[in-house]
Design a protein around this ligand. Structure first.
Ligand SMILES: Cc1cc2nc3c(=O)[nH]c(=O)nc-3n(C[C@H](O)[C@H](O)[C@H](O)COP(=O)(O)OP(=O)(O)OC[C@H]3O[C@@H](n4cnc5c(N)ncnc54)[C@H](O)[C@@H]3O)c2cc1C
Length: 384
């Protein structure tokens, strides 16, 4: 159920919140629950829309690639869970939830944990003055000692960066693949979203060509942040996919043009492909963290430099949570990865308010929700 827009009671301590979390998606709701568990009460979870709104706007057919399974009884948290003890598989009875189903799950978590939420509130700027952060909304200024950016990626699509990319339709704007007209589709981007789009179109009998600058379906890495997930590999073997989809690896797109009702894609090698349907862009997301990059140092790859507590290295009290998180070469883009840092951020904020955290940390560690030693990351799976 969608939560009503609520204005939490005046922040204690002269209208200053101990923390404001921006974004009520998987990351924001997860870190809010961790803050509650850590004993921080005077905080606010703000969203420009409502809880789970990014998930709600996924194409209707798109499902989680990560499976949910109620494995909690032996202390192994369901891969899609964002809260200790909770299993989306158990509460939803579904292994690969749709975005709409997962949004409902987040909304019921927000209700269950009685999170202090301010919905329909767009944060338009964040600045630090002295020890306080000033967060401007369209009609007020919120004040906090700490800020957690959990604004996600979905609402910040990447436009591809080639000539004519604006002529294409980004996959995040597709409501339902089944409603797309015509029979021939060209998809630029062949990672999870591109393969997902190709699969749903192929199941409708449409002919699809997928182009990717690399070759995600051929990558040898066992890290799903780099190569395709098992779910997508299985889909590639579906007879309808095999019959209707052609995959073009190591094929960079140079331009897209639209003339006399025909779209023409030209590759950097000069090959040309035509269709009457608007080409689909599955080039991912540029990352909402750009919105707060003035408060962080940037790494050479454009991601944000973070301390061991996921705090900015130049603005104390400014934290990052969610899929944009990077430490060295480790990519935390999946829920089961970045959720392990909620406890780290919650502990840092609780400690800054002199709240004891030993029991909280022990509980989060026991659920695999407190990853403070990154030396275990980056292992490849054995081939056997
Ligand atoms: C098609 C697809 C399939 C995926 N499948 C999986 C999967 O199987 N498993 C998995 O682990 N991950 C998967 N992911 C990744 C996963 O969806 C993301 O990691 C997750 O959505 C990120 O959650 P988030 O809370 O960071 O961002 P979001 O869910 O986007 O939430 C961010 C929130 O911030 C709000 N917001 C943004 N800017 C502002 C602002 N300025 N002011 C106020 N509010 C703001 C938005 O309204 C939004 O509600 C998938 C992603 C996609 C696109």
């Amino acid at each position: 159920m969608t939560q009503d827009t609520t204005t939490p009671s005046e922040a204690k301590n002269e209208g200053i919140y101990d923390a404001i979390i921006i974004g009520a998606g998987a990351a924001g709701v997860g870190v809010a629950i961790a803050l509650t568990h850590a004993g921080v009460e005077n905080y606010l979870l703000v969203d420009r829309d409502h809880v789970g709104s990014s998930f709600e706007s996924w194409p209707a057919e798109t499902r989680f690639i990560t499976p949910s399974f109620p494995s909690n009884s032996i202390g192994m948290l369901d891969l899609n869970s964002i809260a200790i003890g909770v299993s989306p598989a158990y509460s939803m009875r579904v292994e690969h939830p749709t975005g709409q189903e997962y949004a409902k799950h987040l909304q019921s978590l927000a209700e269950f944990f009685e999170l202090p939420i301010m919905e329909n509130t767009n944060i338009t700027s964040i600045e630090k003055e002295g020890e306080k952060f000033l967060l401007k909304t369209e009609n007020s200024t919120l004040v906090a000692k700490n800020v957690v950016w959990a604004g996600g990626e979905y609402q910040y699509p990447s436009q591809g960066g080639f000539i004519g990319s604006d002529l294409c339709l980004h996959n995040s704007l597709v409501e339902k693949y089944g409603d797309l007209p015509g029979d021939d589709y060209l998809i630029i981007g062949g990672y999870e979203s591109g393969i997902d789009a190709a699969y749903h179109l192929a199941k409708k009998g449409k002919k699809v060509k997928v182009f990717d600058a690399n070759c995600p379906w051929g990558d040898e890495s066992s890290d799903p942040s780099i190569s395709l997930s098992t779910f997508s590999y299985e889909r590639i073997l579906d007879p309808m996919f095999e019959e209707n989809v052609e995959l073009f690896g190591e094929t960079k797109i140079y331009s897209v043009t639209h003339k006399d009702g025909v779209y023409e894609i030209t590759t950097e090698e000069g090959e040309k492909y035509r269709t009457k349907e608007r080409p689909l862009l599955a080039t991912g997301f540029s990352g909402g963290h750009k919105f707060v990059s003035h408060l962080f140092e940037e790494r050479p790859d454009g991601f944000l430099s973070l301390t061991e507590q996921d705090e900015s290295t130049i603005t104390s009290g400014m934290y990052l949570c969610g899929p944009s998180l990077r430490h060295d070469g480790h990519i935390f883009c999946f829920i089961f990865k970045y959720r392990q840092r909620f406890g780290i951020v919650a502990e840092a904020i609780a400690s800054s308010s002199d709240i004891p955290t030993e029991e909280f940390v022990a509980a989060y560690k026991s659920w695999g929700m407190y990853l403070d030693d990154l030396s275990c990351c980056g292992q490849e799976c054995l081939t056997c």
